[in-house]
Design a protein around this ligand. Structure first.
Ligand code: CAA
Length: 379
């Protein structure tokens, strides 16, 4: 068993760390205040190869493994979880499924610009009444000649107003339940398709989360991915990998909050000595460091299993469940160690604490992860 990172992993880590410190950190507080999408930063992340890391270079991707991807996600999330969720959705919810299941023609048309970062993707599964219960899709697509007619509303869509290419799930045969769900490419600007309300969120405020409205949108038959009825399977398979990305994001939020708390504890003095010399703070730091290390092992293990071609649905659910819990715990403690300073924007930890919460909700709530894990145990 080896725990060492390869030369390539270390190079990815350094590149992501440098980018986060030099390009993301300077504007991160202001973007959070203004809910401003990191458009320039995401463009640069595309140029550096962060938007399609695991995709074959023949489709303009980075050809890297999942371990490299989680390493990059951790580093970027230490500084800016809004930018990292944009990256995560594009990599694992959009590019991955397209590479695995789309036709060659579709890959030429859609995967190349997505993986190179020229275009941005979104994954439109959730609906006002279909979140955790993802099979209850109300969006419908019925066939009319050489195209489908798409009607419905999606909710909570990351990159909702900034994406160019949308992976959209819809019922093509209501009578078949989840086996009647299909999946399509839909492009920004098509008649009848408009991004709707932008959510005013607690955290990851610089990423855009919107609803999407489809009214009689004509979707060419050749834009369906796979056969009719394949959509739910496609969504579940894609989310298995997406959850590794969000687990890595949660790990990064925890590690970022811990780094700040550790540094602060060595500077801040009370009762005549740095607070790091008080056992109350030392025990907090010990707990934070231990849980972060445990989360990292779970995240790397899930990524490694995926790279080995093994089943990773169970491992990715465990990684997300645990990493998102410790992202909350560690970021709350980081605020506590900072005292009053932790409660103001300038010290970053309050933002990390707000950002942490969503990792327990999106791409399957913690309760959904427990369903996936317990089904894995009991099957
Ligand atoms: N991997 C592969 N296949 C899976 C699967 C998994 N993890 N979970 C279920 N399936 C398959 C089953 O094998 C079954 O297939 P067959 O019909 O061929 O047997 C089919 O899917 C239906 O499965 P279930 O009967 O188990 O379905 P269910 O209704 O009981 O629900 C669920 C399963 C796990 C709860 C699922 O609905 C789920 O994961 N819900 C959460 C959805 C979610 O994560 N949404 C996040 C939205 S995306 C987002 O947040 C993106 C963003 O912008 C950041």
């Amino acid at each position: 068993m080896h725990f060492e990172l390869t030369e390539e992993h270390l190079a990815v880590q350094e590149a992501a760390r440098d980018f986060a410190r030099n390009e993301l950190l300077p504007g991160v507080i202001q973007r959070d205040i203004e809910c401003r999408f990191p458009a320039e930063e995401i463009k640069k992340m595309g140029e550096l190869g962060f938007m399609g890391m695991m995709i074959d270079p023949k489709y303009s991707g980075g050809g890297m493994d999942t371990v490299s991807y989680v390493i990059a996600m951790e580093e970027l999330s230490k500084i800016d979880a809004s930018a990292s969720v944009v990256m995560s959705v594009n990599n694992s919810l959009v590019c991955w499924g397209v590479e695995k299941y789309a036709s060659e023609t579709q890959k030429e048309k859609y995967l190349k610009p997505l993986a190179s970062g020229q275009k941005l993707g979104a994954f439109a599964l959730s609906e006002p009444e279909a979140g955790s219960d993802a099979t209850s899709q109300k969006t419908e697509a019925y066939l009319e000649g050489d195209h489908y007619v798409l009607n419905g509303t999606k909710n909570w869509i990351t990159n909702g107003s900034n994406a160019d290419i949308y992976i959209v799930f819809a019922q093509t045969d209501q009578s078949k339940g989840h086996k009647g769900i299909s999946v399509f490419f839909v492009e920004k600007g098509w008649e009848g398709f408009t991004p709707g309300h932008k959510e005013d969120k607690l955290g990851i405020r610089a990423s855009d989360t919107t609803s999407l409205m489809f009214t009689d949108v004509k979707v060419p038959v050749e834009n369906r991915i796979g056969e009719e009825g394949f959509g739910f399977k496609y969504a579940m398979e894609t989310l298995n990998g997406g959850r590794i990305g969000i687990a890595a994001q949660a790990l990064g939020i925890a590690a970022g909050a811990y780094d700040l708390a550790l540094a602060y504890s060595k500077e801040r003095k009370t009762f005549g000595k740095p607070i790091s010399e008080h056992q109350a703070i030392q025990f907090k730091l010990a707990d934070m460091a231990t849980t972060i290390e445990a989360a990292r092992l779970l995240v790397y293990k899930a990524a490694w299993l995926k790279d080995q071609g093994e089943d990773y649905s169970h491992a990715s659910a465990m990684a997300k469940l645990y990493a998102s819990q410790i992202a909350m715990d560690v970021s709350i403690e980081a605020v506590q160690i900072h005292g009053g300073y932790g409660y103001v924007r300038e010290y970053h930890v309050e933002r990390l604490m707000r950002d942490a919460k969503i990792t327990q909700i999106y791409e399957g709530t913690s309760e959904i992860q427990k369903i996936v894990i317990s089904r894995g145990i009991l099957r």
